[in-house]
Design a protein around this ligand. Sequence first.
Ligand code: SAM
Length: 204
Amino acid sequence: MEKRKAVDLFSEWASIGKDEGMQKGHLSSVTEMLSLVGPHLKSNFSAIDVGCGNGWVCRTLSEDKRCLKIKGIDGSEKMILKAQKIDPLGEYYHALLPSWDPKEKFDFIHSMEFLYYLEDPLDMLKIFYNNWLNNEGVFIAGVDYYLENEDSHSWPEKLNVHMTKLSIDEWKRGMEDAGFKEIEIHQVAANDDFIGTLVLFGKK
Ligand SMILES: C[S@@+](CC[C@H](N)C(=O)[O-])C[C@H]1O[C@@H](n2cnc3c(N)ncnc32)[C@H](O)[C@@H]1O
């Protein structure tokens, strides 16, 4: 059976309120990711959340007094409509990656559970580094679908959506090849049933 597009799946999820379950499920990992990145952010930073879903991380970040502006982008129109409805003053844009290019660069790029939906996530890391991030800018991304997380291996078939499975080492090398400096790899929010969200951190 031909795989469906991830953004179509997530539009369906937005229509039936499953974005809220995702938000709850991702909260502990994102909280740890934001704590990791916090000390590296300058005062008055600009930020973008890539694959922002209903935009909840943008709203969390906008509470940080240092955050000058925050944008959210997502390839699911229904997710973006939902984000705009919850937060009419927020900046949320419908954009399909990797083909969309921002008109500006950012001091901070955040992404949770987005990268592996792409056919070539490591190329996206290069695009982020070269075209999206300001010098001295900070990047952090979390992924739950990866080789060492065996419980995740059934997801592409279950959801009938393409996912790119990489090992921790392959992600690390991808960060290095993209040019990132001060790379850190973490597994956060682990518990008895979960080996943790794989977190990729790096600076330009
Ligand atoms: C698992 S959800 C995570 C949403 C949000 N980051 C969160 O933690 O709640 C993945 C998101 O990535 C978006 N996405 C998947 N593939 C995409 C693509 N090629 N371009 C833009 N967005 C995409 C989906 O529409 C979806 O909202």
